[in-house]
Write a protein that binds this ligand. Structure first.
Ligand code: ADP
Ligand code: ADP
Length: 237
């Protein structure tokens, strides 16, 4: 369960870009966050994954407070958070397996890190997850030999390798065609249920958000202006 309470974020001395946000996302539920550019969607994700320090308020993940941490605690906390990106953020010249294993490392590997030998347990786990998402037969292919949808599956498996307690996806379908987008959104839904993970998806495509998620959070000027069933969302929202 993710619990956000009275979250405020301001950059420098500017006006806050997040204004007393409150949000709860139970495990196994998927929330799409929509809103115009500048609404604060990325800032919200960056506060949760702690790329930025919130100015005020509280964020807890399964009871653990994510704000106000020391740098050591912060590193640990960030390992609990799986990230999925619009541009996939794979290392092209590395194999799928190497990219996937970097999830365990918690950082993007250099050649040397990638060449280290992985424990058999990690390899088994990677194959299990790759099979689940349908990319196991690509394990030894270079990441840049894969299609967009396949690359995003690699990104998903990499995030899951760190055994996260939440998945955050920043525009995960923005680089994909509609059919592939649908597959990735359905995969995220299924994984949320199977792994009992809360999943937050920043998405600019409102049609996709409505079609693929049961819960939409609409943001505007740093506030949540809608939180609920897509059917209740105004067409012009
Ligand atoms: P969205 O993801 O909804 O487009 P953002 O969270 O990126 O919104 O941006 C929200 C507001 O915060 C915008 O006005 C943006 O200019 C501002 N902002 C984002 N990042 C920074 C930053 N690093 N420094 C200063 N202002 C920022
Ligand atoms: P600009 O970048 O030109 O100042 P924005 O629309 O990005 O204009 O707004 C910047 C900030 O001003 C927003 O984060 C919001 O806090 C506030 N703001 C702008 N328009 C409105 C509005 N119609 N209602 C409430 N707040 C607004």
């Amino acid at each position: 369960m993710l619990r956000i309470k009275d979250l405020v974020k301001r950059y420098g001395n500017d006006k806050p870009v997040l204004k007393n946000l409150n949000l709860e996302v139970p495990g196994e539920s998927v929330v799409s966050i929509i809103g115009a550019s500048g609404a604060g969607k990325s800032t919200l994700l960056r506060c949760i994954n702690r790329l930025v320090e919130p100015s005020a308020g509280s964020i807890t993940l399964n009871g653990m407070e994510l704000t106000g941490l020391s740098s050591g605690q912060l590193r640990k906390a960030r390992r609990r958070i799986g990230m999925i990106f619009q541009g996939f953020n794979l290392v092209d010249r590395l194999t799928v397996m190497e990219n996937v294993q970097s999830g365990r490392l918690g950082y993007i590997p250099t050649w040397r890190a990638a060449l280290r030998r992985y424990p058999q347990d990690d390899i088994d786990r990677a194959f299990h997850l790759m099979e689940r998402v349908g990319i196991a037969h690509y394990a030894n292919k270079r990441a840049d030999e894969l299609s967009g949808g396949e690359r995003q599956r690699v990104g998903v498996v990499r995030a899951l390798m760190q055994e996260p307690e939440i998945l955050l996806a920043d525009e995960p379908t923005a680089s994909l065609d509609p059919k592939t987008s649908r597959q990735i959104m359905e995969l995220l839904q299924a994984l949320a249920a199977e792994l009992r993970l809360p999943v937050l998806i920043n998405i600019h495509n409102v049609t996709e958000a409505r079609e693929f998620t049961q819960r939409i959070v609409g943001m505007r000027y740093g506030r949540i202006i809608f939180d609920g069933d897509p059917a209740a969302l105004d067409n012009d929202a």
